[in-house]
Design a protein around this ligand. Structure first.
Ligand SMILES: Cc1ncc(C[n+]2csc(CCOP(=O)(O)OP(=O)(O)O)c2C)c(N)n1
Length: 370
């Protein structure tokens, strides 16, 4: 006779219990009120202003990038408006020596990490100079393959750990990316190896036209980290303070040797998926757009800062004017960069050319020298 099993067999209830644990972490509500005072981060007034400056600047960068794309002066562009808190407050929790492995929408984070803006514009044009990252700027070119950066991040973070570095590797994907095999492989490996990695899922509700609800049966994306044995959080991705606190906590634990974290930032992209042709009105209603516009990350942070006497219209205008000026200079510099040649493409792809490419290389070299 075996021992009597007293544990109630109810896997559905276990799932329910776990899913219900993932409440959204928020500090600033939609009205800019502090709803979680105990969780307020230890940021100085100057740092708060800097974070706001970066969000306002990046909103302008997004607007200008869309216009430049429409004028044919930029190539591939994935709009960022609506995701400023998710992108920039998570970045704000990093140190200069940390590594960023971005997705295609994460250009703002790598620009604020030190990639010159004119190079970001060249990346958009598919120009190889845009992917030549200056020494000391710890970022890799934005990943286009959905989820691939998750596996790479596990590896980079393992390297940092083996070197005894007190830095982290952070990566970003979207809600759609969390359905990829690479997503699971990356978080699992990082968890098993206890690497200093931070995995951010920016849940902007849509993978192009596919809504989050049909992406996965999981109630939250954050809970997926539990299967990999890593601390995982669901945060209000429109709340810069909540995103900052969650990322800072993940970073602190990572550098203490406590391994990786997963953070789901609940947010929204106001614009289309990319400027390459999707029409959001075919998969989203204006009611949904309005619902999310009311949660705007910049609006609520502005109210919070104005309440502290740290922000006003004049400051914001100055940031907007500076952004426009710097963007103008950066696009000019991108325009001045010699056009990419076919021989550049070939020689950048191969260290040693195979026979057929050697022939083509010579043909194009002759053509280009005319
Ligand atoms: C492996 C792979 N499959 C498909 C695509 C095509 N594709 C480009 S973006 C995208 C949707 C990604 O959505 P999500 O991960 O939610 O990120 P978001 O663009 O919303 O930030 C898809 C399927 C791709 N780039 N890579």
């Amino acid at each position: 006779m075996g021992e009597k099993i007293t544990k109630v067999f109810n896997p559905a209830e276990t799932l329910n219990e776990i899913e219900n644990k993932f409440e959204m972490f928020q500090i600033l509500n939609e009205k800019g009120e502090v709803v979680n005072p105990d969780a307020l981060p230890d940021l100085s007034d100057d740092e708060l202003v800097e974070l706001m400056t970066r969000m306002v600047y990046t909103r302008i960068l997004d607007q200008r990038s869309i216009s430049l794309n429409r004028q044919g002066r930029l190539g591939f562009y994935a709009p960022t408006a609506g995701q400023e808190a998710s992108q920039l407050a998570s970045h704000f929790a990093l140190e200069k020596d940390d590594w960023i492995l971005p997705g295609y929408r994460d250009v703002p984070q790598i620009v604020w990490h030190g990639l010159p803006l004119w190079k970001a514009f060249l990346f958009s044009r598919g120009h190889f100079v845009g992917n030549q990252i200056p020494e000391g700027v710890n970022v890799v070119p934005p990943q286009i393959i959905i989820g691939a950066q998750y596996v790479q991040t596990a590896g980079v973070a393992l390297g940092l750990k083996k070197r005894g570095s007190k830095t982290v590797a952070i990566t970003y994907t979207g809600d759609g990316g969390s359905s990829q095999g690479d997503f699971y492989e990356g978080i699992n490996f990082a968890g098993a190896q206890k690497t200093p990695a931070i995995f951010i899922v920016q849940n902007n509700q849509y993978a192009i036209s596919t809504p989050r609800e049909v992406q996965t049966a999981a109630k939250t994306i954050a809970q997926k980290g539990i299967a990999a044995g890593i601390p995982s959080t669901l945060v209000d991705g429109m709340d810069a303070l909540a995103v900052y606190v969650a990322t800072k906590d993940a970073r602190d634990r990572a550098v203490r040797g406590e391994g990786p974290s997963l953070i789901e930032t609940m947010c929204y992209r106001y614009g289309p998926h990319t400027m390459s042709g999707d029409d959001p009105t075919r998969y989203r209603t204006s009611d949904i757009d309005n619902e999310w516009a009311a949660k705007d990350p910049i609006v609520r942070f502005r109210i919070f800062l104005e309440g502290k006497g740290l922000w006003n219209e004049q400051k914001e205008t100055e940031v907007i004017e500076r952004a426009k000026e710097e963007i103008k200079e950066a696009i000019k510099k991108a325009d001045e960069t010699p056009k990419q040649k076919v021989t550049d493409l070939i020689s950048n792809m191969f260290e040693e050319l195979p026979h057929n490419l050697k022939e083509q290389y010579e043909i194009y070299k002759a053509k280009e020298s005319k």
